[in-house]
Design a protein around this ligand. Structure first.
Ligand SMILES: [Zn+2]
Ligand SMILES: [Zn+2]
Length: 246
């Protein structure tokens, strides 16, 4: 794999990684490597309880940093969120999580980056005049850091990019209860801070045309992306509260 000029290869004890030169330019989906549990603090496999000795060797899961025997930590699977170039050893629980995320990176991320059409209402846009078309092609940037808005007509105002890590919440908008007892999704509402830390709200409404299906898929992918990012924030908060207790 060739490193582009704004990335570098680094070696961690878990393997070779490719990261941005400036860590602020890393993808918002990036997570940091866990601290490994020291060998002297885990005499037994943390899954099957087998005692470690010179035949039963310990292995650390690269994702959670816990200790396992080789049977409980066999899988080597890719872990793009920690920027590893090659697949790395993971425990059964982490393998499941990484496999689910692998699906996101292979499939849903492409949907987000290809983009889809939405009708936009945004507190960061001027009041629409009657002639204005608020139809935008919305997509995630290649470096995964921004949502971009491309005007789909001359009458369209410009909408500045939204930094993905500045999105606080995402809510699916839906119709009232239908006779079937279900609600149909109509769009997405997200709140975010712009570069001046001003809070904004943006509504992305699916168009009622041939593009609707694509837009619904985009929304579903965006929800998955946000779920990963919130889990990130929760873990970070948990880690910082733990280190404060010490
Ligand atoms: Zn085991
Ligand atoms: Zn693990």
């Amino acid at each position: 794999m060739m490193a582009s000029c704004d990335k570098k290869l680094v070696r961690s004890k878990s393997g070779l990684k490719i990261v941005a030169l400036n860590e602020n330019l890393n993808s918002p989906f990036t997570i940091s490597e866990p601290k490994w549990i020291p060998d002297n603090e885990c005499p037994r496999c943390m899954n099957c309880d087998a005692k470690f000795d010179f035949l039963k060797r310990r292995h650390h899961c690269r994702r959670c940093g816990k200790c396992f025997c080789s049977e409980c930590c066999t899988a080597k699977i890719s872990l793009p969120r920690m920027c590893f170039v090659d697949p790395v050893r993971q425990c059964a629980k982490c393998t499941q999580i990484s496999a689910r995320e692998g699906e996101f990176f292979e499939k849903h991320l492409k949907t987000l980056q290809n983009g889809s059409s939405f009708h936009i209402n945004s507190t960061s846009l001027p009041e629409p005049d009657d002639n204005a078309s608020m139809s935008f092609l919305c997509k995630m940037s290649k470096d995964q850091r921004f949502l971009l808005f491309e005007c789909q007509s001359d009458m369209c105002p410009e909408h500045s990019p939204i930094e993905v890590s500045h999105i606080d919440s995402v809510q699916i908008l839906s119709t009232d209860l239908l006779p079937t007892g279900n609600k149909a999704a109509t769009g997405l509402s997200l709140s975010y801070k712009d570069c001046d830390a001003t809070q904004h709200r943006l509504e992305m409404i699916c168009p009622e045309n041939s593009q609707k299906r694509q837009s619904m898929l985009w929304l579903a992918a965006m929800q998955k992306a946000m779920k990963m990012l919130t889990e990130n924030k929760e873990t970070m908060a948990m880690i910082s509260s733990l280190s404060e207790e010490k």
